[in-house]
Design a protein around this ligand. Sequence first.
Ligand code: DNO
Length: 388
Amino acid sequence: MEKTWRWFGPKDPITLSMLRQIGVEGIVTALHDVANGEVWTVEAITAMKNYIEQGGLHWSVVESLPVSEAIKYGGQERDLLIENYKLSLENLGRCGIHTVCYNFMPVLDWARTELDHAWADGSTSLYFSRAEFALFDCFILQREDAAQDYDEATMAEARRMAVTLTDEQRHRLVDTIIVKTQGFVNGNITEDDAEPLERFRELLSLYKGITHARLRENLQYFLEQVMPVCREWDMRLCIHPDDPPMPLLGLPRIVCNEADIDWLLSCVDDWHNGLTLCCGSLSANVQNDVPRMARRFARRTHFVHLRSTDVLPNGDFIEADHLKGRAHLVEVCRIFEELNPDVPMRVDHGRTMLGDEDKGYNAGYSFHGRMMGLAQMDGVMAAVKSQK
Ligand code: DNO
């Protein structure tokens, strides 16, 4: 597998020269300054590509080219937005960048409730608490009928927490769920939004009446429209699974498990319609057997995220050490080295450790924690290759 790293552009405090020193081979990035829905021009792509190449690396994967909400809920502007998306794909292809990660999660991209969950050794990692999410949904966002989406034990815990909820806790939860984890990924809500909750409610309301079946139809429609461009320019589209892989906030999620991926790959049965095998996201659903999925989908996987989770008895999950947890990354590496050895992989998220705390890194994207994960995975890959 190619060792890549998610880098957030020239303003990223983790520089390209640092990445070269730790064995990174390819860069994963996006044109973060282009507004969602606008065309990525050849000029802008070339400028980023040149910057990366001057730093001695190459641009391996785009993560992400965001899919606008109107494409997902099927709004009036969708055809126009799809045309823009096609142009961006074509321009990337012209510039020699062929792998593009995207997702089809309504409104909320990945979700966590805690960014600095303490480990016994003093480091921290990301965490998802069902009860805290229910607290946010039912008592802060106050979404209509939200309580019926949670089991009794989760609701009891959320109610208990609601009684003593302070303004500071309320602010932290809003900031974690809809600002800090989202701002840098799709621009739906940013740190500058004065009323993030209001903006979030507006976004949710766009999905009124959008069922699981409808969201699938809209994804299929999108894929059918973009596939000719992907074929012509050899663009490998790779959808990121839903993180966590379960419906949230009353919105459907359609890339959660093996059956969903089967559907996705067959609804437009073309090699260019592929998958980002995000081991961390998929492992947060106890039904998912990640190595099994890796084996089944290896040849349609164009990008791999190496991360693992531990799921607790109450359904909460914590981001685990890369060598531990339910994702079985050693086995996943073995599978890809056998079936798709050139696929780019990146170590996804890392613990916050050894001075990462005060650097202002994007949530999950620490330096030392990810570097440690990369070193672990590098060792695993070397071992697996030597046994081939
Ligand atoms: C979070 C990321 C996601 C991912 C997008 C891809 O850390 O894994 O935000 O980049 O879902 O479109």
